[in-house]
Design a protein around this ligand. Structure first.
Ligand code: SAM
Length: 278
């Protein structure tokens, strides 16, 4: 089982929030009002980032159920501030396969953030089937899509230009992303596109939009953590290239220290709405 430390979730939360595809909110709210929705299920809630983003942006009177299996996150969630637009909030300790899938029947809107790239196609199919059977809506934000692109920042150019080993590290990271994170072989970078396809096959109207992290010097703490994680992941996938990978990481740490760079990390947000009458 992979764990997601609270300090990592805290570091990424403001960047996640500013990166989201906000234009999905209008069609979501229109359907919410037209159908008289109130119940939201958040799968893999972590410390509640998705609640903090979505609740103030949805019509008031919401009833939230948050499912996670991490005891530390569950403790944090139980003490989380409840947004004013939320009428009730229930924290469910449990697994996404058991408690998560079972809760779909009692929701109007099924959501998750930063989750889909971790899940298997088999689990995702079960989510889509459960949503389609019950006519639920779905909003899955911030699924990593495989893009890692460095570029130079600043008028005089910085150190952000292509590094000869950017592609090697990115490709190895993307292979690592498809390892089993506890729910079977992970979809990794393909996740959002696969989810959109499955929902379309179930006769949903889908909107799939980019929600990339656009990072620069102000995000140095997060970028340093990314480099650490990518270095470890890439070296696991390509142990024979570990020397190249560690040298790449040292150069990219120097890029971050120099401060003149931008880094784009691709994500996608998906909104899937059931047809009227379903
Ligand atoms: C990348 S974190 C995202 C957390 C939060 N949604 C956010 O946007 O910050 C993934 C979350 O899914 C939870 N998770 C992963 N696999 C799970 C499983 N099989 N059952 C329950 N929760 C799971 C983890 O504990 C973690 O909190």
């Amino acid at each position: 089982m992979e764990t997601f430390e609270a300090d990592w979730l805290a570091l990424r939360e403001p960047i996640d929030h500013r990166s989201r595809a906000a234009s999905l909110l209008a069609p979501l709210c229109d359907t919410w009002r037209a159908r008289g929705w109130s119940r939201v299920l958040d799968l893999g809630s972590g410390t509640g980032s998705n609640l903090r983003y979505l609740a103030p942006r949805l019509p008031p009177g919401q009833e939230w159920v948050l499912v996670d299996h991490d005891p530390d996150h569950l403790r944090t969630l139980r003490h989380a501030e409840v947004p004013a637009s939320v009428r009730s909030l229930r924290v469910v300790p449990g697994d996404l396969v058991h408690e998560g899938l079972a809760a779909i029947a009692h929701a109007d809107l099924v959501t998750a953030s930063a989750l889909l790239d971790l899940v298997s196609e088999d689990w995702l199919r079960r989510v889509v089937d459960a949503c389609a059977d019950a006519g639920r809506g779905a909003h899955f934000a911030l699924s990593y899509d495989g893009e890692i692109r460095w570029s130079a920042g600043g008028a005089s150019g910085g150190q952000g230009e292509d590094d000869p080993d950017d592609a090697l590290v990115r490709d190895a990271v993307n292979v690592h992303q498809t390892g089993d994170k506890g729910l079977g072989p992970a979809l990794g970078p393909a996740a959002a596109a696969v989810a959109a396809r499955l929902f379309r096959s179930a006769r949903y109207t889908t909107r799939l939009l980019p929600s990339p992290w656009r990072l620069g010097a102000a995000d140095a703490a997060l970028v340093r953590r990314l480099i650490d994680g990518w270095e470890a992941a890439a070296a696991t996938v390509r142990p024979g290239d570990a020397g190249l990978i560690h040298a790449w990481a040292a150069r990219r740490r120097a890029t971050v220290a120099d401060g003149r760079f931008t880094l784009r990390v691709g994500h996608r947000d998906l909104l899937a709405l059931p047809h009227e009458g379903s």
